[in-house]
Design a protein around this ligand. Structure first.
Ligand code: CU
Length: 177
């Protein structure tokens, strides 16, 4: 089932203290996110280098946390990674927020939440799928672990929420972390 609802978005924003972005920004394609509420499963299409933003060091056209994937606590989560960048290899892993951002792969914050070839990256149009259970609740980064990429802005956010009723994608304020 593919669905999208904004009914609970204000509550999510309050609960997470996420700052909504203001002004025009990249579009969120609802096709990126699908979920099955009774089964508590969700799938997210994570696209490295979707646009030329930041020298293609972006996910789905967003950089520096400008997009947040919210997943309810305990849901089975599948992130389908694809490298759309015709030039550079990329990878992805779920990491804990830290300052400064790492410049190479670190241990994933959620077991199995990482792609193949974290350091070397996956070549253009290569794909990999990470499957994990969204726990524990908290704030995470979806981070490109190719050396230097994440620190240069190639990361978005994952929020594992104990209060959200369904997954959602939110445009959030891009910040240097
Ligand atoms: Cu990268």
């Amino acid at each position: 089932m593919t669905a999208r609802s904004f009914a609970y978005a204000p509550a999510v924003l309050l609960a997470l203290c996420i700052t909504p972005s203001t002004g025009p920004g990249p579009d969120i394609d609802p096709a990126w996110l699908s979920f099955d509420t009774p089964a508590k499963t969700t799938r997210f299409q994570l696209i490295a280098g979707l646009t030329g933003l930041n020298g293609a060091l972006n996910f789905n056209g967003f950089r520096d946390g400008g997009l947040t994937l919210v997943v309810p606590l305990g849901w089975h989560t599948e992130i389908d990674f694809r490298n759309h960048d015709g030039m550079l290899p990329h990878s992805a892993e779920i990491i804990a927020p830290e300052t400064p951002l790492p410049v190479q792969p670190v241990s994933p914050a959620i077991p199995r939440a990482f792609t193949l070839k974290l350091t070397e990256g996956l070549m253009s149009e290569a794909t990999d799928t990470m499957r994990f259970t969204a726990q524990p609740a908290g704030e995470y980064l979806i981070f490109c672990a190719v050396p230097g990429h994440g620190a240069a802005g190639m990361w978005i956010r994952l929020s594992v929420s104990a209060t959200a009723a369904a997954p959602t994608l939110l445009a959030t304020a891009a910040t240097s972390h």
